[in-house]
Design a protein around this ligand. Structure first.
Ligand code: ARG
Ligand code: ZN
Length: 894
């Protein structure tokens, strides 16, 4: 329940154009950690298109000293957090407005606005942080030209950065100096940034395809310079890729990335001055894993691509967030796939992306925070930087890509920029451009209906059934769709669902596809499902086929088809679509898991039948499949994915079944794992490319399996070998995989290995994060994880104020280790509520993320359900909660 005086929901339907425009902003900062002075001179003008209104400027935790209009004093009043100017001169002449405020960056633990991290000033303004720096029209549709002057102690803050070009710098009195920056592009204030501190930069001069010279810089703390090569390479690749694939060039002379270890999210696309969490910049072979390297490449790409999709064309209001985020995630996913190169490496990336969508976004869509890709209302916008906006948003763009084709998509992008460059627009504007550029496409034909992907929440369910007629040699495929009511919307209308499919013979060979009355279309075809139910007839089908449906995961839906085990084994052995080949294995594993979960009594040790184990052995031993792909096929569906398939969830039962299945795989394939380890463990000189990374990930899984198998036989050979590999590893991936194998298998050597690891990397914060996270994510044996986590809370290296560290310990336990978190004694939930409350007083954004950890409490079996509700209610009972956490827990209980 919302109490009186608390924030109410903002509605998309209430959007109104701003009554005033801000044309230019001239900001002068006197930087001081305790008290920074900000002089903000704006040239403003009434918007002639809307009725005259007072000027209402947003502010948050500011000290206001002075307001002047056209050089003279002005009357003003405060309305809550807003500064209201009612008696401004009439007419449409521009006015000069000057506002002088101070703020205290050192006390800013929310990490929104201007804050200090390890002695360096940083800003984070998206979504509504600029109002914590000065009074402003803090909304993305107000775009202005910025000039910024920074003044600070030269000794303490030798580097002074802001957006755009450095036009002047020099020394001042008292050991201070200044720098003046002018951004040549107009921008919304959420893209403003400044950085001031002791930093060093890796620099690279490049010439673009268009022939323009640019300076690229990656700024870090002095000791970290040698960890920036990969980020710089990723940035150069991003620049080249956007030119090659979309004809989009860098529009700035200088492009800067700066890393900070205190950051709420991954990174931020401020114009020309991206600010990154160190986690997504720093990478060296001795401190970063292959996954870290891949993440750096993808986040550097993501932020760089925002320069066009987000910055040049921005969002009209925050309901349109997916306009820039969904599209930019699509672009970074494509970038990573293009960089990966081979079809197999592309498929691996696709599978990884779909896994995130299904294990995180599908539950979001089915839970209390369900919202459309373009939400209709919110209380706290920071709560809507979600997997739905980002990952589902990307899938919605991907469907458009598939419906208009690769070239058609490029045409659509061109039209989008022709129409909207330099403005703040809506999701509708994007789809309209895509459709108008491709008049003959199915997207255009079904445009209004396609837009339901933006307005309706929930995951559609597609049911398929097939009928083979041996006399007529026809195969009739029927697809039907439905979408269950979600927490936010009772009624759903049919979606436009592209279903890419093929048919396999019983021996696995691809059959030619010929829709009745049409020509043969090769072996893969996209059916566009628009009705509640539709039927397609394929002609000249020589034998009863095995349908391969939703290839490449062509739409973000759940696909149900009554496959026999034999049909799935055929797909697992032969499907030419790498995604569906993997999917067949996942379907089988899930099927056996669910059977065992639903069966009463002791969990069997042979949950999976021999035929499936042997099919998995064939994949593991396959002569030509990539190691990375094999590793994905041999990885069981996660506990949270299993939970989503059930009406009532007993987390301990799920955990026990999955553990038993993993043990079965470890023991039954012991010799094969040993072979896999020997065959893949030498990857030569370290390079983070997908092929050698795949070999390392398969070797890591093999070690874990061999350590697990050793538990059954109390053999010490493999734990010993694993410890040796941990000690001798030449890179972090091998070292960390070996350490994880010892920890997850509960080996006696885990403890000495953890101690050694900490001693080796005590001065590497990102590695110490891994050390915390590994222990918090360990496999629970007799309830041992929670006491360990509580002990680690007291470790001198732990700090709740640093988001990376808080995530590494607390989120790894509460949100990523269901087997240890859901305790029958409710101690996990009590721990969770304590941490949510504690964090909320420091950093509401991070606290609200943690608060999402019990979103799915309603599905839990007793005694978990009641205990979880009590824990949420305990959080909700606190009177002075942030809007962030209040919105999450209110929805959870609602
Ligand atoms: N626009 C950033 C990105 O996705 C995310 C920033 C979100 N920040 C926030 N405080 N909610 O690249
Ligand atoms: Zn983004």
């Amino acid at each position: 329940m919302l109490r009186e005086g608390q924030a109410t929901a903002i509605q998309r339907a209430d959007y109104q154009a701003p009554a005033w425009w801000i044309e230019t902003v001239d900001l002068a900062f006197d930087l001081d950690p305790a008290k920074t002075r900000v002089l903000n001179k704006m040239r403003i003008r009434r918007n002639p298109d809307v009725p005259a209104q007072a000027l209402r400027l947003d502010g948050d935790e500011l000290n206001l000293a002075r307001v002047m209009v056209n050089g003279g004093g002005s009357s003003f009043k405060m309305d809550g957090n807003q500064l209201v100017l009612e008696n401004l001169p009439e007419g449409h002449e521009p006015l000069d407005l000057e506002i002088f405020t101070t703020c205290s960056p050192i006390q800013n633990t929310k990490l929104m606005g201007l804050y200090v991290s390890e002695g360096t000033f940083f800003t984070q303004c998206e979504a509504e942080g600029f109002r914590r720096i000065t009074y402003f029209l803090d909304r993305p549709d107000v775009m202005a030209m910025y000039t910024v002057t920074l003044r600070a102690s030269k000794n303490d803050y030798p580097v002074l950065l802001s957006n755009g070009n450095l036009v002047d710098e020099g020394d001042l009195d008292d050991g201070r100096h200044f720098a003046k920056w002018v951004d040549p592009h107009k921008k919304p204030c959420y893209l403003f940034a400044l950085v001031a501190g002791k930093l060093v930069a890796r620099e690279q001069k490049i010439k673009s395809r268009a022939g323009r010279d640019h300076l690229l810089q990656v700024y870090v703390r002095p000791g970290d310079l040698e960890k920036t090569e990969h980020a710089m390479n990723s940035l150069m690749h991003s620049v080249a890729w956007d030119e090659a694939r979309f004809g989009l060039s860098l529009d700035l002379d200088r492009f800067m990335i700066v890393a900070t270890s205190d950051f709420n999210m991954g990174a931020m696309e401020n114009k020309g001055l991206n600010i990154f969490n160190t986690k997504y910049v720093l990478a060296s072979q001795s401190t970063a894993t292959d996954v870290d390297f891949a993440n750096v490449e993808s986040v550097v790409g993501h932020e760089y691509f925002h320069n066009w999709t987000g910055n040049r064309i921005t969002c009209r209001d925050w309901f349109q967030l997916s306009l820039k985020e969904g599209l930019t995630v699509f672009r970074d996913q494509e970038f990573s796939m293009d960089m990966a190169g081979t079809p197999s490496a592309r498929a691996v990336k696709r599978i990884e992306d779909v896994r995130v969508l299904r294990t995180v976004q599908f539950p979001e869509d089915a839970g209390p925070m369900a919202h459309p890709v373009r939400p209709d209302s919110y209380i706290e916008i920071n709560n809507f930087y979600t997997v739905t906006i980002y990952e589902k948003g990307s899938e919605v763009v991907r469907m458009q890509h598939n419906l208009v084709g690769r070239d058609g998509f490029a045409e659509g992008m061109k039209l989008y920029f022709d129409r909207h460059d330099g403005s703040a627009v809506t999701c509708d504007d994007f789809v309209q451009a895509m459709a108008d550029a491709n008049p003959a496409s199915p997207l255009t034909q079904h445009l209004q209906q396609f837009k339901r992907w933006y307005s309706q929440s929930g995951t559609p369910l597609v049911k398929a059934s097939g009928q083979y007629d041996p006399t007529a040699c026809t195969y009739t495929l029927t697809l039907s769709q439905s979408c269950a009511a979600t927490a936010d919307q009772p009624e759903k209308l049919p979606f436009v669902i592209p279903v890419e499919m093929g048919l396999l013979g019983q021996d696995g060979a691809a059959l030619p596809l010929q829709l009745q009355g049409e020509a043969v279309t090769s072996s893969s075809h996209t059916l566009v499902l628009t009705q509640a139910e539709q039927t397609w007839v394929f002609a000249n089908v020589a034998q009863a086929p095995v349908p391969s449906l939703l290839r490449g995961f062509s739409a973000p839906v759940v696909l149900e088809y009554d496959f026999s085990d034999a049909e799935l084994l055929t797909q697992l052995a032969h499907d030419t679509d790498a995604f569906n080949r993997w999917e067949a294995g996942q379907r089988l594993a899930l099927r056996y898991a669910l059977q065992a979960i639903r069966t009463q009594g002791e969990v069997a040790s042979d949950v999976m039948p021999a035929a499936f184990i042997s099919a998995l052995r064939d994949v593991l031993r396959h002569p030509t499949l990539d190691a990375a792909y094999k590793d994905l096929v041999l990885t069981l569906p996660s506990e949270s994915y299993m939970a989503e398939q059930l009406e009532v969830v007993d987390p301990q039962r799920i955990h026990a079944v999955r553990e038993s299945m993993r043990q079965q795989l470890a023991v039954a394939l012991q010799a094969d794992w040993a072979w896999a380890f020997d065959a893949h463990s030498d990857t030569g000189a370290y390079r983070p490319d997908p092929v050698s990374a795949g070999r390392r990930s398969l070797t890591g899984s093999a070690l874990l399996m061999l350590c697990l198998a050793a538990r059954d036989s109390s053999d010490t050979l493999w734990p010993g070998k694993t410890y040796q590999r941990f000690k001798d590893a030449g890179n972090m991936t091998d070292r960390f995989n070996a350490l994880s194998a010892l920890v997850y298998s509960g080996a006696t050597l885990a403890q000495p290995a953890l101690e050694r690891f900490h001693a080796l990397f005590r001065n590497e914060p990102l590695v110490i994060d891994k050390w915390f996270s590994l222990q918090a994510g360990a496999c629970d044996r007799g309830g041992n994880v929670l006491p360990a986590v509580k002990q680690l809370l007291k470790h001198p290296d732990f700090s709740l104020k640093n988001p990376n560290r808080a995530r590494s310990l607390i989120f790894s336990y509460c949100s990523a280790n269901p087997g240890a978190f859901h305790r029958a004694d409710a101690a996990g939930y009590v721990f969770w509520s304590d941490r949510v409350l504690e964090l909320d007083a420091i950093n509401p954004q991070v606290a609200a993320r943690l608060a999402r950890g019990l979103d799915r409490w309603r599905k839990l079996a007793e005694p978990y359900r009641t205990a979880a509700r009590e824990a949420i209610a305990r959080v909700a009972a606190k009177p002075d909660l942030s809007n962030d956490v209040r919105e999450v827990v209110t929805r959870a209980l609602g």
